[in-house]
Design a protein around this ligand. Structure first.
Ligand code: MUC
Ligand code: MG
Length: 388
């Protein structure tokens, strides 16, 4: 009898003192790229990723990643700042709290910390990974489950040299790794960019889809002339031709041209999705976990897009395997991901910091199986690439 009472008291103790977050570790890792990656605002030779390890009193570790491009040249957040923001401001708001209440914790962060979407996103990924592990399910199950076990993945040709880009594309098509390509333009004169795009389109042929990303580099006047010429090359999609704040300019171009335009940098918050949809600013939304502030916000943006009849594209900020897996989990739940994804970044890096690499085959990736994100850190590799 007394043994029974002891067991009962023990189980009561467990429910009275719920599991709590004990500590959060942030690590910056720098991994070289396989070749220089040329964008309109920077040339990347390495990727710097903030890895987040969130520990709880039940022994479960959640993994997260917060990654941007080119230091501080692409976004308003940057690796060193993201690490500091988490260590100094986000972590103290989380330590001692119940990690199973992910929505409540994210609301707590939003109430106390403005902006800092990349940092918040990295933390939400770690909370969701931990909670899914706790429940014994993959992260996508927390969002109603994957619609598909694989996602189509394009590749970005950005070597800075047209002939090299053509050769790279031909090799990847032959290997059945990618059959859709995105070209990074906006750095050179518009006519040189059009020439570059046109040569690649001609070399790869009509069956290979081509999209171009201008990364905000044009004024509306330049865009009008350049888009007309790009449209004539037979490409399929144009991403973020104007500065991110010019929603009305995007709407004017969208109503003027037949070729679909996609919002990338213009679409950061959930509210941006609503505003862009309301004025028919673009034909496609590029969703990205980091800029949205996490997976839940991506799902909210996707719901707005679905209601407004805007198809989706699964974007990347060139995250490593943890961030890519997180994005794959949420993108796999979206019914209107008509433009596929660009979740290729682990392949752009020379090495990885996880035990089992994400599998890429048949022009796509497999959603990692297993509990949580389905990703395990390789601590020897983390040590190797950790910023000293
Ligand atoms: C961007 O602006 O789309 C995504 C793929 C790539 O090559 O660069 C990123 C950034
Ligand atoms: Mg883009």
């Amino acid at each position: 009898m007394s043994a029974l009472i002891k067991r009962f008291k023990h189980s009561l103790k467990k429910t009275v003192f719920p599991v709590c977050i004990t500590h959060i570790e942030t690590i910056i890792v720098d991994v070289p790229t396989i070749r220089p990656h040329h964008l309109s605002m920077t040339v990347m030779k390495k990727q710097s990723m903030v890895i987040i390890r969130l520990f709880s009193s039940d022994g479960i570790e959640g993994l997260g990643e917060a990654t941007t491009i080119g230091g501080i040249s692409y976004a308003t957040e940057f690796p060193e700042g993201i690490k500091l923001a988490i260590d100094i401001y986000l972590a103290p708001l989380l330590i001692g709290q119940d990690p199973t209440k992910v929505n409540a914790l994210m609301a707590r962060l939003d109430r106390n910390i403005s902006g800092n979407y990349f940092a918040k996103s990295g933390v939400e990924i770690a909370l969701l990974d931990a909670q899914a592990k706790r429940l014994g399910v993959p992260v996508h199950c927390l969002f109603g489950g994957a619609i598909s076990d694989t996602l189509p993945v394009l590749w970005t040709l950005a070597s800075g040299d047209t002939d090299k880009d053509i050769q790279e594309a031909q090799e990847l098509i032959q290997k059945k790794r990618h059959c859709v390509f995105k070209l990074k333009i906006g750095k050179k004169k518009p006519d040189e960019d059009v020439e570059h795009v046109s040569r690649i389109k001609e070399a790869l042929g009509k069956d290979i889809k081509i999209t171009v990303d201008v990364n905000q580099a044009w004024t509306e006047r330049i865009a009008k002339t350049a888009i007309r010429k790009l449209q004539e090359t037979g490409i399929d999609l144009i991403e973020q031709p104007l500065p991110k704040y010019n929603f009305e300019g995007l709407a004017r171009l969208t109503s003027y041209f037949e070729i679909p335009l996609m919002a990338d940098e213009a679409l950061e918050t959930v509210q941006d999705a609503f505003k862009l949809a309301k004025i028919n600013a673009v034909s496609v939304f590029a969703l990205k976990v980091s800029k949205a502030g996490g997976l839940t916000n991506v799902a909210r943006q996707a719901a707005i897009a679905e209601s407004a009849g805007v198809p989706l594209y699964g974007g990347t900020l060139l995250e490593g395997s943890i961030g890519t897996a997180a994005a794959a989990h949420i993108f796999s739940t979206l019914p209107n991901l008509d433009w596929g994804t660009e979740l290729f970044a682990p392949l752009l890096l020379t090495d990885d910091i996880v035990k089992k690499n994400i599998i890429y085959k048949n022009f796509g990736l497999e959603i990692p199986q297993g509990k949580g994100l389905g990703i395990e850190l390789d601590m020897n590799q983390v040590e190797k690439y950790k910023r000293k």
